[in-house]
Design a protein around this ligand. Structure first.
Ligand code: FAD
Length: 256
């Protein structure tokens, strides 16, 4: 089984330092593998051990994201690819998914793609489902436990309990944090990680023009970030019909 694991390098927020003007001193923030991606990687490693095949880790980010990919190799991944180029910078979730989808195709296609359910910095949880939609494959988000065999069986955590899904291949799962505890690197893994070749891919190699990636292509801009008032959850529960009605009211031009 060929498994692709999408990993994002994120700031280790317990080590944040502030400048005098209270802006983040980014260069001193340690960068780590996104916690939910650790679950996805461990699931991929266990599944490869059970069924055979290979595991590739893929990240889009600056050069320094290479350290996270080498860490994944030290823990058992077979191959790694990094999408790094200034033209990728500033991608929103849709364009991130587009670039990852192009890379998945360029790397030869996969039986399974696994992601974290959310990244601790952007935390939209959109990239995995968008990637599945762009590749036109089924997706189960928020997975706690999954079994790959003749069929794929995945338990999905919801507000109301657990849904059990069955699917064929290829499929995409997004894993919850700490549902699979990532193994430690081995000595031989660390040696292999030091010497491993990390494949670098640019937009040209993915067949994407400068207009199709990065901030230029992104329909979303983050214009402000603020802390949510403690204890207030500004959510309104509605059924699918309610969602469609609300969307029609707010942006009729975007609706079919
Ligand atoms: P999520 O969708 O939460 O990530 C889920 C999983 O997708 C990850 O666990 C990982 O497996 C995979 N994944 C995500 N990014 C990568 C990557 N670069 N390489 C490999 N795998 C990856 N963008 C928007 O479109 N809308 C917003 O509202 C928005 N708000 C933001 C707010 C903040 C504070 C920040 C810092 C960024 C925001 N962004 C937003 C940008 C967004 O973080 C990036 O577009 C990012 O590339 C992916 O989104 P995410 O971090 O929400 O990932």
């Amino acid at each position: 089984m060929r498994i692709l694991v999408c990993v994002k390098q994120v700031p280790d927020t317990t080590e944040v330092r502030l400048r005098e003007d209270y802006t983040l001193e980014r260069d001193f923030i340690a960068q780590v593998m996104n916690p939910a991606d650790e679950s996805a990687l461990e699931w991929a490693l266990q599944t490869r051990e059970k069924l055979g095949g290979e595991t590739t880790v893929l990240s889009m980010g600056p050069e320094r994201a290479e350290t996270t990919l080498r860490e994944a190799i030290a823990r058992g991944a077979d191959y790694a690819a990094l999408l790094t180029d200034r033209r990728f910078a500033g991608a929103d979730t849709l364009i991130t998914a587009r670039c990852l989808a192009a890379a998945a195709k360029r790397l030869g296609g996969f039986d399974m793609i696994v992601c974290g359910r959310r990244a601790v910095d952007g935390e939209t949880g959109q990239v995995g489902p968008m990637l599945a939609a762009l590749l036109n494959i089924p997706c189960v988000p928020n997975v706690t436990v999954a079994q790959a065999g003749e069929k794929l069986i995945a338990d999905q955590l919801t507000e109301a309990g657990v849904n059990r899904w069955a699917s064929g291949y290829p499929a995409l799962l997004t894993f919850c944090e700490w549902s699979y505890r990532l193994r430690l690197p081995t000595l031989s893994g660390l040696r292999r990680a030091r010497q491993a070749e990390i494949m670098r891919l640019t937009p040209d190699e993915l067949g994407l023009s400068a207009e199709e990636c990065g901030i230029k292509a992104s329909p979303t801009r983050v214009v402000r970030v603020e802390a949510r008032p403690v204890g207030v959850r500004p959510c309104k529960w509605m059924d699918a019909e309610g969602v469609m009605t609300a969307l029609m009211e707010r942006c009729p031009e975007a609706m079919p």
